[in-house]
Design a protein around this ligand. Structure first.
Ligand code: F6P
Length: 385
C-alpha cells in the first residue's frame, strides 16, 4: 500500500527542527507527536520545536521536544508550538514598512546545526518554505488546513474535523429552521475554496450550497427556495462558503487575481495585492446581504449563522489523527532518505513526494465535475447556477 520504504540515510541526521504556521487546525499536535516519536523515539535524533511559526525562527524562540515533551498530545486541538501567519521576507517594522528577515531564519537554522526542518502548514507556509529552500535549507513539509485547498494532495490535516463540525451545525440548524419556517444561512470557512461548504452541505443535507467555484445567481437561489415552499417545505438550509460569490463579483475577482499573478515587478505585485485585499474587505458582510436579498425575494424570514473559528477548534477526528500520524512518520523517512524540498502528499492510499516549490504556486479548488458536485446536483441541491 504505502509507497515510502525506509532506506539507509546518506548523511547521519542528528538534529531537526519543526514548526507549525498559518491558521491552526485540529491534528497539528498529532503530527508533531508523530514526527517526534519517530525522530526522537525510533532514531534518537534531537527535535527542536520553534514557537509561533516562522517568527520563532526569526527570534530564535524554541523548545526542546524530548520524549517527555511528546506525551499527551495526540488528542489536543490547536498547536502546542503556537502559530502565526508571518512572512519572513516581509516582516512589519515599527513605524511602518516591512523588512526581509530571511537571513535571520537561515542563521537560526545554522546556529542550531539543524540537518532539516519540518514545516507544517497551508498555502502561505509552502510559499515561505519555498523561499527558504532557495536559501539552502533542507525542508520537508506536511499539508495542513481546514480548507483542504493545498495543491497536489488529496487531503490536509484538519479538514475532516472541520467537516464534521460544520456538518453537525447544519444538522442542528434543520430543526430550528423547520420550526420557525425560516431560511437559515450557515457561513462556512474555506477561504477561496468550497471544499468545506460543499462537503458539509452534502453531508448535512443543505437545500442550497454556494461555493466560490460556482458563482451564483441570487434569483435562482430564491426560485429554488420558493419551489420548496410550493411543495410544502417552507424552510431552507443554505450552506454558503465564506468565499462564495454572485456572478458579477466573480468576474471582478478573476480579474484581480489575474492582475496579481501576472504582476512582473515588486511595485506592480504590491499594488495588485493591495487592490485584492481592499476588494476582500469591501465584501465583508456579504452573507448578511444575501440573507436580506433572499428575504425580499421569497418573503420568508432569513437568519445567518457564521460558524467561524468553532470549525478550527477542539479535538481532532479519528481521520485527522490517522492522517497526521501517517504524514508525520513519513516526514521523518523523507529526511532519512534525503528527500528535501518535498511535501508529503496523500494520494489515495499512497503517500507521495511533491516539490514544495510546485505546491507554493497554486491552490486546490473544487473542479466543476468533481463527484461531490455531481452528487449534490443529483439529490436536487441548488448550487446557485
Ligand atoms: O486557512 C484557514 C482559515 O480558517 C480560513 O478558512 C479562513 O479564511 C482563515 O483561515 C481565517 O484566518 P485568520 O485565522 O487569520 O482569521
Amino acid at each position: 500500500m504505502a509507497t515510502i520504504k525506509p532506506i539507509k540515510s546518506t548523511k547521519p541526521i542528528k538534529r531537526i527542527g519543526i514548526l507549525t504556521a498559518g491558521g491552526d487546525s485540529p491534528g497539528l499536535n498529532a503530527a508533531i507527536r508523530a514526527v517526534g516519536k519517530t525522530a526522537v523515539g525510533q532514531y534518537g535524533w534531537e527535535l527542536i520545536g520553534f514557537r509561533d511559526g516562522f517568527l520563532g525562527m526569526i527570534e530564535d524562540r524554541w523548545v526542546n521536544l524530548d520524549k517527555r515533551g511528546l506525551v499527551g498530545m495526540l488528542t489536543l486541538g490547536g498547536t502546542v508550538l503556537g502559530t502565526s501567519r508571518d512572512k519572513p521576507h516581509r516582516m512589519p517594522v515599527a513605524g511602518g514598512g516591512t523588512r526581509d528577515m530571511t537571513a535571520a531564519i537561515v542563521k537560526t537554522y545554522r546556529r542550531h546545526k539543524l540537518d532539516a526542518l519540518v514545516c507544517i502548514g497551508g498555502g502561505g507556509t509552502h510559499k515561505n518554505a519555498a523561499r527558504l529552500i532557495a536559501q539552502g535549507l533542507n525542508i520537508v513539509s506536511l499539508p495542513k488546513t481546514i480548507d483542504n485547498d493545498v495543491a497536489l494532495t488529496d487531503d490536509t490535516i484538519g479538514f475532516d474535523t472541520a467537516l464534521g463540525i460544520a456538518t453537525e451545525v447544519l444538522d442542528r440548524l434543520h430543526s430550528t429552521a423547520h420550526s420557525h419556517h425560516r431560511i437559515i444561512i450557515a457561513e462556512i470557512m474555506g477561504h477561496r475554496a468550497g471544499w468545506l461548504a460543499l462537503g458539509a452541505g452534502i453531508a448535512g443535507g443543505a437545500d442550497v450550497i454556494l461555493i466560490p467555484e460556482i458563482p451564483y445567481d441570487v434569483e435562482k437561489v430564491a426560485a429554488a427556495i420558493r419551489l420548496r415552499s410550493e411543495h410544502g417545505s417552507n424552510f431552507s438550509i443554505v450552506a454558503v462558503a465564506e468565499g462564495a460569490l454572485p456572478k458579477a463579483d466573480a468576474t471582478e475577482l478573476t480579474q484581480l487575481l489575474a492582475r496579481r499573478d501576472k504582476a512582473s515587478t515588486d511595485v506592480a505585485r504590491k499594488a495588485a495585492k493591495q487592490a485584492l485585499s481592499a476588494w476582500d474587505k469591501a465584501r465583508a458582510g456579504h452573507t448578511m446581504r444575501l440573507a436580506k436579498q433572499l428575504e425580499e425575494l421569497t418573503h420568508l424570514e432569513a437568519r445567518v449563522t457564521i460558524l467561524g473559528y468553532v470549525q478550527r477548534g477542539g479535538t481532532p477526528s479519528c481521520h485527522d489523527r490517522l492522517l497526521a500520524t501517517r504524514l508525520g512518520t513519513a516526514a521523518v523517512e523523507f529526511i532519512r532518505e534525503g528527500k528535501f524540498g518535498q511535501m508529503v502528499a496523500s494520494r489515495g492510499d499512497n503517500l507521495v513526494a511533491v516539490p514544495i516549490a510546485k505546491v507554493a504556486k497554486s491552490i486546490k479548488v473544487v473542479p466543476a465535475n468533481h463527484w461531490w458536485v455531481e452528487a449534490a446536483r443529483r439529490v436536487a441541491t441548488c448550487m446557485g447556477d
